[in-house]
Design a protein around this ligand. Structure first.
Ligand SMILES: [Zn+2]
Ligand SMILES: [Zn+2]
Length: 279
């Protein structure tokens, strides 16, 4: 899709209570196959690449970063190098990470809650259930702790002791036009972010649905700790967003096909507050 090129992120022109939203891809998994993205593997196979994003919600008053992604250390450890550290990308587009005041962590998986030390002044928003799970007895099991990175979890706990964390339990409104919604299943305390925009509410679903197809086929992603909860969360996603054009899945490479892009200081961003072109 045609791109517009900027030196810095354009100023938000939305009315009070409305937000601009951008997706920033920092890593990708082009070799991913269809059957790796669903719980049941008895399906037609073929390519189904995944991307890794952080999301930026902005209005005239503030910027909220949704997830912090992961950086070079975790990328090297897992054999999944990043194209750019999200904090470095943010600095380039005029949002220095040390100036970010609010970070919503959708959950604590390594690809959503890494490099928190790069955001030393941010207030961090997380669901109670997520930190309880990530520090509780389930972490004695490798298969349960695999998507978590102990360094991220330890750093998060330091931020709790530093009084920089705001816990949420269920649904809550963070700012006018921006609310958090507990959607468990993929992770115990996964929260999605509902953002009011000029085109209506847009749900940053994060890993509540990895791809559009997980949701439309009602078929959970391969990594799911509670199938029943995931399916209930799928229903909730549609209740909150209204339709697929207002859902932003956590890892679908199609987001970059459906939404227009702008390039800011060499960093490509998908503009999520304009209507997508979906088939
Ligand atoms: Zn996840
Ligand atoms: Zn993820």
């Amino acid at each position: 899709m045609a791109q517009t090129i900027f030196e810095v992120l354009p100023a938000c022109s939305a009315a009070p209570g409305l937000w601009d939203i951008y997706a920033l891809r920092y890593a990708r998994m082009p070799e991913r196959r269809i059957h790796e993205n669903f719980l049941r593997r008895d399906m037609h196979d073929g390519p189904m690449p995944l991307d890794f994003f952080v999301w930026i919600a902005r209005n005239r008053d503030r910027t909220v970063l949704i997830d912090t992604g992961y950086g070079h250390r975790a990328g090297a450890e897992r054999g999944r190098p990043v194209d750019i550290e999200p904090a470095d990308a943010l600095a380039r587009i005029g949002l220095p990470p040390e100036q970010i005041e609010h970070v919503v962590l959708t959950h604590l998986h390594y690809d959503h809650a890494g490099s928190l030390d790069r955001f030393p002044n941010a207030r961090i928003h997380l669901q109670d259930a997520e930190i309880a799970y990530a520090t509780g007895r389930s972490m004695c099991h490798h298969v349960a702790r695999f998507p978590y990175d102990v360094e991220d979890v330890v750093h998060f706990v330091r931020r709790v002791y530093g009084e920089q964390v705001e816990f949420h339990d269920g649904d809550s409104t963070l700012f006018p036009g921006l609310s958090l919604h507990l959607l468990p299943g993929h992770a115990k305390g996964l929260q999605a972010v509902l953002v009011e925009t000029v085109r209506g509410p847009v749900l940053i679903a994060s890993d509540a649905t990895h791809t559009y197809a997980n949701l439309t086929q009602n078929h959970p992603f391969a990594l799911t700790i509670d199938v029943e909860a995931t399916l209930n969360s799928y229903r909730r996603i549609i209740d909150l967003a209204g339709d697929m054009e207002h859902v932003i899945p956590g890892h679908d490479a199609l987001v970059r096909t459906y939404y227009p892009s702008i390039t800011v200081a060499g960093i490509e961003l998908q503009v999520l507050h304009v209507d997508p072109k979906m088939p």
